[in-house]
Design a protein around this ligand. Sequence first.
Ligand code: AMP
Length: 297
Amino acid sequence: MTSARPAGDMSGALALVRKVVELRAQVKAWRGAGARIGLVPTMGALHDGHLSLVEIARRHAERVVVSVFVNPRQFAPTEDFARYPRQEAEDAAKLAEARADLMFAPTGSEMYPPGFCTEVQVGGPARGLCADTRPHFFTGVATVVTKLLLQCLPDVAVFGEKDYQQLLVIRRMARDLDIPVEILGAPIVREADGLAMSSRNAYLAAAERQTAARLNQVLAEAAAAAAAVRAPEDLAGIAAQAADALRTAGFRKVDYVEIRDAETLDPVSALGRPARILAAAWLGETRLIDNMAIPAR
Ligand code: AMP
């Protein structure tokens, strides 16, 4: 473990750890001193959305671990694993500033040693939406998050509503596998024009960046319209109109716009339960996702 402070010093520098055994040793020492542990899993290229998760973790735990690992298992061979932004030094500086305690940045072979052959298969909320176009995705996420939870054994782990389907999948998975952790959801942090912050926004050319802001606007308009319908059958038309509006705005392809039950992600069969509108759409070679709550009537 490299650290700007001597072992046992509780003064607040960020430790950088690459080995699971070192992570476990530090967490054990903190736990022995009576601290609760919070975990924030990320793929790095950190922005204010990630840092808001650190802040929430700090409210629930005395010690906060942030993992930074670009997980190859959640990318298909055609996807952006190779060009995904990696900026570890900047990430470490931001985490120190945000007063995280430990950055866990394992290598690929530390996470997936030779012979690795175990996967976590998830159902329920992992069906449909993003899984329709990224069938490998939630298995990859569930596998790495299970490993991170078991490596760190935190009391709480924080995930953003930005990846709403992922949040529900992880909540369900932790419950189904009896992983002793509380999963906390964090609100979406947005840019001034409403675009949800994302490490992938860095891919956008200037003109695409302008168009990108339409995604949250279109969803907000659709969410307002959805709040006023009289029957669940009317929701499909609202979602279809929103998809058309995205294509008109310049999105090259719309993977989906759907209005779903906010707790199960099942299709909405009755009004009155919490509902959510979710979308994924492409600007050039960049796939953006966003979602928001349907306001209660
Ligand atoms: P990522 O690095 O994209 O895998 O994201 C790591 C965590 O940060 C996930 O739980 C995301 O949902 C969360 N996150 C990413 N962007 C945002 C955002 N704009 N607001 C809130 N949480 C976010």
